[in-house]
Design a binder for this molecule. Structure first.
Ligand code: SF4
Ligand code: SF4
Length: 226
């Protein structure tokens, strides 16, 4: 098992623990606003105008007005904290940008107005073969191949010079300045944001778990119009 495998497995384990704790915390908040002496379950179906439906409405309102705002605020704090870290110009992300979309799919998405696809295709071009990129971050490529059933496509930037560094670093586009914008993505240790990612990972995982749990509640709480 390589080092990245260990990282991924430890992330899964950490996420599982955080998910369970977050699920308990949200359940406590749901129970806190449960009407006194009411014995039903949040996922039961109740008749309209019943106490059960009022509770379900109150829970959905709490998700919308309180918890979603808390998640949004904390996520913004994580992103703002990123400003304390800086790109070291290692160029790994310029040499090895990856996407779940093929070059043709990206072009189509860009033509249909997808802003990220537009920026991505304006910068990156696809590698012609795996031989061209396999030595850049081999652990990462092996890991993706091992754990992803879906295709992954690798790209590089033509602005890289002969030393594989950005030839116009001071004027690099916004998408390059914003990378990495996801504190849960896998980064090489050479990346200047590696420590940022490490520090904020537990909170980012908790927020991710909360979003998943809230979605689950929203789907499972019966629609009172049924
Ligand atoms: S423009 Fe420069 S920083 Fe951006 S991907 Fe290309 S080489 Fe990297
Ligand atoms: S964002 Fe990170 S991986 Fe990309 S060039 Fe900067 S330090 Fe390297």
């Amino acid at each position: 098992m390589n080092e990245l495998d260990n990282v991924l497995n430890s992330m899964k384990e950490k996420y599982r623990e955080i998910f369970l704790k977050s699920a308990d915390a949200i359940k406590d908040r749901v129970d806190e606003i449960k009407p006194i002496d009411f014995d039903g379950d949040i996922f039961d179906t109740y008749s309209s105008d019943s106490v059960g439906v009022s509770w379900q409405d109150a829970v959905l309102k709490m998700f919308e007005d309180d918890i979603s705002h808390e998640i949004f605020r904390k996520w913004n704090e994580i992103i703002a904290y990123r400003q304390n870290f800086h790109c070291k110009g290692c160029a790994t992300c310029c040499n090895l940008a990856c996407s779940e979309f093929s070059p043709e799919e990206l072009k189509l998405r860009a033509a249909n107005g997808d802003n990220f696809a537009k920026q991505f295709t304006s910068i990156f071009i696809p590698y012609n073969s795996k031989e061209e990129f396999k030595d850049i971050y081999p652990e990462y490529i092996k890991l993706l191949e091992k754990h992803t059933d879906d295709d992954v496509y690798f790209y590089h930037c033509p602005k890289l010079n002969d030393c594989k560094k950005c030839s116009d670093y001071e004027n690099r586009p916004q998408i390059c300045r914003d990378f990495p914008d996801n504190p849960l993505c896998i980064l090489p240790e050479s990346c200047g944001f590696y420590e940022w990612r490490k520090e904020v990972e537990p909170v980012a995982m908790m927020l991710h778990a909360m979003v998943e749990i809230i979605d689950y509640y929203k789907k499972k709480i019966p629609n009172k119009k049924d």
